[in-house]
Design a protein around this ligand. Sequence first.
Ligand code: C5P
Ligand code: MG
Length: 151
Amino acid sequence: MSGTCYNVMFVLGGPGAGKGTQCQKIEQEFGYVHLSAGDLLRAERKRDESEYKDEIEEHIRKGSIVPVEITCALLQKAMKESGKKHFLIDGFPRNKDNLDGWNNTMQGIAEVERVIFFDCHVDTCVERCLRRGKTSGRADDNKESLEKRFS
Ligand code: C5P
Ligand code: MG
């Protein structure tokens, strides 16, 4: 395939900053496809045949970062399967290694046109995540995992 095929906006901010909520709205209003790195990892973790499921489970539980090769491969697969061109990628890149991995694999495939950063006070984020934890079923919406996720 020649030329860049995907346009991407990275959506960043702490856990509970409102990335997912705002992405849903942008998706509806502007026709972007919303891909959450965390959601893709959680879905892969549930897949019995996945060779990565135990590794992903371990990282999510600890609040540490899954190796970028796994996350990037899941993002690329989701972009391809959608058949679309414009994406909001939420919760990625999480660190420098994520960004380097993205640049190494996505050069010439995806162009990052913009970064949206939600600057939300840590106390508000914690409060929201703990509230979400009551119904989200997310094992990492608790005080201990949250501390790791923030750092
Ligand atoms: O973004 P979200 O809060 O849904 O992420 C949940 C967990 O998924 C993170 O704490 C981390 O363990 C994993 N994750 C990751 N790399 C990313 C995004 C999420 O390892 N780029
Ligand atoms: Mg999210």
